[in-house]
Design a protein. Structure first.
Length: 193
């Protein structure tokens, strides 16, 4: 009897892995960044200067995501995913000075998705790196980042889904004064194969 239970468990586990499914998606949306804390600066004339507030402009962002379903529970599935979110141009204004930069987030992680007939909600979490590229190499830096998010997929046809999602990226401090909380909200298409 014990062998039967183990054999049945092994067959069920292997069948859930063999029904693996891959996805590749492209999304576009906006990146909304929290304000950075003020930094003190030296005044050119001497004396005391008020600390400048650093404000970030909210810009368009793009996401490419690849996912592989690891386990299929039929009602839900666990996916290993690799989301890559890029913001080509961003600006930081502090004390009247403007600094342009771009950002790339690479945060592999896991996604838990419920498989309902037309609507499939999901939650995701992961960690990785955020690369900030400033106008000079001194301004460029790579920091650790954690992301958590969620959204839902609408089935368009069996191999194509429409996705809407929100991801929060919380990163370390790069070489310049950028806020640690970055919210990506986007939508796009996902191809299943």
């Amino acid at each position: 009897m014990n062998r039967f239970v183990w054999a049945t468990s092994l067959v069920l586990a292997l069948s859930s892995f063999s029904a693996a499914q891959n996805e590749i998606g492209v999304l576009a949306g906006g990146m909304f960044t929290s304000e950075a804390p003020p930094q003190s600066i030296a005044c050119p004339i001497g004396g005391t200067c008020p600390p400048p507030r650093a404000t970030n402009s909210n810009r368009i962002a793009y996401e490419g995501v690849f996912a592989h379903r690891l386990v299929n529970f039929h009602l839900a599935g666990i996916h290993l995913e690799l989301p890559v979110v890029g913001v080509p141009t961003r600006s930081l204004v502090a004390a009247g000075l403007r600094q342009d930069f771009s950002t790339l987030y690479v945060t592999p992680g896991l996604r838990l998705q419920v498989g309902l007939p037309f609507l499939s909600p999901f939650v995701a979490a992961g960690g990785g790196l955020a690369h900030y590229s400033g106008t000079t190499s001194v301004d460029s830096s790579t920091v650790g980042v954690f992301q958590v998010g969620g959204g839902f997929d609408f089935s368009v046809i069996p191999v194509l889904k429409f996705r809407a999602e929100v991801r929060e990226f919380h990163n370390g401090t790069p070489n310049f004064n950028v806020g640690p909380n970055n919210l990506f909200a986007g939508a796009g298409l996902v191809l299943k194969f």
